[in-house]
Design a protein around this ligand. Structure first.
Ligand SMILES: [Zn+2]
Length: 340
């Protein structure tokens, strides 16, 4: 068996672990509810238990380190989870310290959006690029920026909080306290809210039929739009315009070679893409208009394989993965030995 990393994706609702190969293949996966209310010590205890389960189930695995990701804010260099809003009771938890002492292995930590950006860059839709912006659109909007072959961290690792760019002066208040954040108008939550406001329980609309007359979610909107429902199509068009405005800002700020869109709403990417493109063509300066916007490829594995890559990745920044594997094959390295 080839060289592997243990990877953990610590989310507000789900804790996921995996064994990941150098080529980004997930060999084994485990998951369970995070149960944050039990506190950071209990959650870390379960990370250790999941790691032990993966190691016990794969005794021949040659594990060379642990890559983990967690919600920000966190300090990737010091390895400290500072205090994410979605992990109650977590304050300055020294993840790297705890896990490296437990397992005697190198441990690396990254925030979850950056880890997903690394995953898509190294193994997914952004392979071979030098610069990309990854945007995840689901309940909120997050992102990560690869600039000139490096993840862009900024002061205290806080860069690329793109969900909180102000893109309008209107709308409801964002949880951050501001009005008009990208996330507040363009997240899946915002789309669901607009659909709920547009319709009424029992009105017989396609949206309310799909939602069982409850609140309408972004998923229902995409589903109804696929059947050709006019109201849902209008909502999708409006959503695509908001996304296009945000993406235009990202093009102007970071000049990526590609924008990769992931998250739950990327299930409707084919419906959204024409409106996103039209908005970019209308708003972006001419030289940015040829930059592709593509759907993420790794789904909910992006964070895990990105975290694993913190341990496994040996390529030059931006190097196509195939070149790394070729080198390994030549030197009789682990990827050559495994041969799939
Ligand atoms: Zn905000």
């Amino acid at each position: 068996m080839s060289t592997l990393a243990l990877a953990f994706d610590l989310g507000g609702t789900e804790l996921r672990g995996a064994l990941v190969e150098r080529g980004g293949e997930v060999v084994a996966r485990v998951w369970e509810p995070t149960m944050t209310e039990a506190g950071s010590e209990a959650v870390i205890g379960r990370i250790i238990a999941l790691a032990n389960k993966l190691l016990t189930d794969h005794p021949q695995a040659k594990v060379i380190g642990i890559g983990a990701c967690a919600p920000g804010p966190l300090d990737p260099k010091a390895g400290i989870v500072i205090g994410p809003p979605t992990l109650s009771g977590w304050h300055n938890v020294p993840m790297i310290d705890i896990l490296s002492r437990q397992f005697g292995l190198p441990v690396r930590l990254e925030n979850d959006a950056n880890a997903a950006a690394l995953g898509e860059w190294r193994y997914g839709a952004g392979r071979g690029s030098e610069s990309l912006v990854f945007v995840t659109v689901s309940t909120g909007i997050g992102g990560g920026v690869i600039a000139d072959g490096h993840i862009y961290h900024g002061r205290r690792g806080l860069a690329a909080e793109i969900g909180h760019m102000t893109i309008t002066g209107e709308g409801g208040r964002c949880f951050c306290g501001n009005v008009g954040c990208f996330e507040a108008v363009a997240s899946g939550t915002a789309l669901g809210r607009r659909a709920t406001q547009l319709t009424a329980s029992g009105d017989g609309s396609a949206l309310r039929r799909l939602s069982g007359n409850g609140d309408v979610s972004a998923r229902h909107v995409v589903e109804a739009a696929r059947t050709g429902d006019a109201a849902a199509r209008d909502l999708v068009d409006a959503e695509a315009r908001w996304l296009g405005i945000g993406f235009t800002n990202l093009l102007h700020l970071y000049s990526p070679e590609v924008i990769v869109m992931g998250g739950g709403l990327s299930n409707g990417f084919d419906l959204l893409a024409p409106g996103i493109r039209a908005t970019i063509d209308e708003r972006a300066m001419q030289v940015y208009r040829d930059v592709p916007v593509v759907r993420a490829e790794l789904g909910d594995r992006a964070g895990l394989v990105g975290a694993a890559s913190l341990i496994l990745w040996e390529g030059e920044p931006g190097t196509a993965l195939s070149m790394v594997q070729d080198d390994e094959a030549k030197t009789g390295g682990p990827a050559g030995a495994s041969a799939g």
